[in-house]
Design a protein around this ligand. Structure first.
Ligand code: F6R
Length: 611
């Protein structure tokens, strides 16, 4: 949440920062701002998208070889010009951008108010900046020392970057709990919340660790811990291509990412699904296979779409590994004082690898002795570093705020994990194992076939774009797909949608059904098919409209449904990977029909680094 970009070097900082902020807008987009040094400290900030700021600054002389920028997702204080970052210190010589939350800011604010400080904004960020400046002025120490002292008192999560008009070639940054990447160029450095603003300038990057301070000059990068000891920067090569973060002709990132799924699923399987040997190779799983073989319980943790991936995986793990599985919202798990035993395995599912709730939940489970495996998309992310092992999803950067290709890649990885663990536990027969491998291998091609003709889903979207409510129903692994379909629709089209197990309908939600209410069934062929057909009849009897995702060649449902969306046949355990795709497209096309910004839905941000 919140995107930070900063630059110091031989180029003009402003264009680098502006472009970077546009790349980071998925992290928050309610206001943005920049601070530069040209003839003193200059700060521009505006409520609204980065384009609002850009428009305002067009034609201005903004020459500066150093600068910091920010795109905000509001936590403290409404989106407004005055709450936008960068914030400026009392004396007006320091500017700061911040991503995260300072939890003890009220106390710090009171202390500062007692010393005569007043505040121009409602933010925790401004408080922190005043606090740092106050320590510096009071102790007569350097800004770096003051920052170190301040951070020892701060409770919360942050990445901050400070621009000091009295030190015009130096940026000062610090991190705890939110991501910060530093790109190393020739005589220049780039700082950002992720690598996307950096990739076109350099492939060499350093991921700053928690409790580290970075002192960054054009030719120098110094990392220190809070004890003022130097830390050797670990320079890594970026595994990201520029094309991956551009729209490549698609109207929206979301659409591009939906269409990328045949490739992203294939990338996810590559080198892991070995059809010659009939085996799954996942290094992170292999390293702990003895423990996984013996475990008595697997806990899957995630939020939002990642939690839905966990719910699908529950069916797969229980069916083929015969191990009890619990799927938990990370945010609930962490505060419930859960019973975790040392033999338990916790699988943390997160696209970004930065979700604060998931991060803290696995910290708790790790303290209690659980083995932590990560299923993550972003390499080097905070959860990756905290996990004992895991498997990356290799879906590539996901820019659209609503998760699409990350979800299907998560399912793919989780299914591979389950297959390997089932094999080790001896809970799956050789034939069933091999058949599932073959089926998995065929998924990318089937996803491709499904996406070759999306006219039906566009027709459905046009017909129901003005709906006020929608129900999504499914059974078995189709139930979490229904939840995911409802979540996508809510996020992208702002239509109220509810996902339910189809059998639950008669226990309450059926009261909502009235003439014309669109009810989406995830009705691919499986053991529950006939029961689901009965549920459709119940909807029809009450004059609801039925939209059904069905397996190609289904002869029963088309007679009952107002519209069908076909997906290729596959094993029911894998069907969620295909069945979700029409629902992603349904949400997308309805959003577009309604003229909404599908890549940046209101109030949302992609990397949820606050609790
Ligand atoms: C929905 C969506 C969110 C995320 C959730 C967890 O489209 O994207 O529900 O799934 O915020 O994020 P990650 O997976 O990054 O932990």
């Amino acid at each position: 949440m919140c995107g930070i970009v900063a630059y110091v070097g031989g180029r003009e900082a402003y264009p680098v920062i502006l472009k970077g902020l546009k790349r980071l807008e998925y992290r928050g987009y309610d206001s943005s701002g920049v601070a530069l040094l040209s003839d003193g400290l200059v700060v521009h900030k505006r409520k609204g998208r980065v384009s609002v700021l850009e428009e305002e600054l067009t034609g201005r002389d903004l020459r500066s070889p150093i600068g910091i920028g920010h795109t905000r997702w509001a936590t403290h204080g409404e989106p407004s010009d005055r709450n936008a970052h960068p914030h400026v210190s009392r004396v007006g010589r320091l500017a700061m951008v911040h991503n995260g939350i300072i939890e003890n800011y009220v106390q710090l604010r009171q202390e500062l108010a007692g010393k005569g400080y007043s505040f121009r904004s409602d933010t925790d960020t401004e408080v922190l900046l005043h606090f740092i400046e106050d320590i510096r002025d009071h102790n007569g120490c350097t800004l770096e020392e003051a920052l170190r002292i301040a951070l020892r008192r701060v409770v919360g999560a942050y990445v901050i970057v400070i621009l000091d008009a009295d030190n015009p070639d130096t940026l000062l940054a610090a991190r705890k709990g939110s991501p910060l990447v530093i790109g190393i160029g020739r005589g220049e450095h780039f700082l950002a919340s992720d690598a996307s603003p950096i990739v076109e300038y350099t492939q060499q990057v350093v991921y700053v660790n928690d409790h580290e301070l970075a002192i960054v000059r054009p030719d120098e990068l110094i990392l220190k811990n809070l004890g003022n000891e130097r830390v050797t920067p670990w320079v890594q090569s970026l595994d990201m291509e520029l094309a991956a973060i551009e729209k490549e002709g698609y109207e929206h990132f979301m659409l591009k990412e939906v269409f990328e799924q045949p490739r992203s699923i294939r990338d996810c399987l590559r080198g892991r699904l070995d059809m010659t040997e009939g085996r799954i190779h996942l290094r992170g799983v292999e390293e702990h296979i003895d423990r996984l073989k013996e475990t008595q319980r697997i806990i899957l943790l995630g939020c939002g779409t990642s939690w839905h991936a966990g719910l699908v995986a529950e069916y797969v793990f229980e069916q083929i590994c015969r191990v009890p599985v619990e799927v938990e919202y990370a945010s609930e798990f962490r505060y419930r004082d859960p019973v975790v035993r040392s033999g338990d395995v916790v699988i943390a599912i997160s696209q970004s690898g930065e979700t604060a709730d998931t991060l803290v939940a696995i910290e708790r489970a790790k303290e209690q002795g659980a083995l932590i495996l990560g299923v993550l998309n972003v390499v080097g992310s905070s959860i990756a570093r905290l996990s004992h092992a895991g498997a990356y999803t290799h879906a590539g950067p996901e820019i659209g705020v609503a998760s699409t290709k990350a979800f299907t890649a998560q399912l793919t990885v989780l299914i591979m994990m389950a297959l390997r663990i089932a094999e080790a536990r001896g809970t799956i027969g050789r034939d069933r194992h091999l058949r599932l491998l073959q089926e998995l291998d065929a998924i990318p091609e089937k996803a491709q076939a499904l996406l070759a003709d999306t006219s039906a889903v566009r027709r459905v979207a046009a017909r129901w774009a003005r709906a006020r409510d929608m129900l999504f129903l499914g059974r078995g692994p189709g139930f979490p797909v229904a939840l995911e379909g409802a979540l996508k629709l809510k996020e992208i089209s702002y239509i109220h949608a509810e996902g339910y197990p189809a059998a639950e309908m008669k226990h309450g939600p059926i009261a909502l059904v009235e003439e014309g209410l669109p009810v989406v069934f995830v009705a691919t062929r499986d053991a529950f098919h006939e029961k689901l057909i009965s549920n459709m009849q119940e909807i029809r009897a009450r004059r609801g409209s039925v939209i059904a995702v069905v397996t190609e060649g289904d002869t029963l449902v088309p007679g009952l449904a107002d519209e069908v969306l076909e997906v290729p046949a596959c094993d029911p355990l894998l069907a969620p990977i295909l069945a979700v795709i029409p629902l992603q497209l349904l949400a997308y096309h309805i959003g577009v029909e309604k003229g909404l910004d599908v890549d940046k839905p209101r109030n949302l941000a992609k990397s949820v680094t606050v609790e």
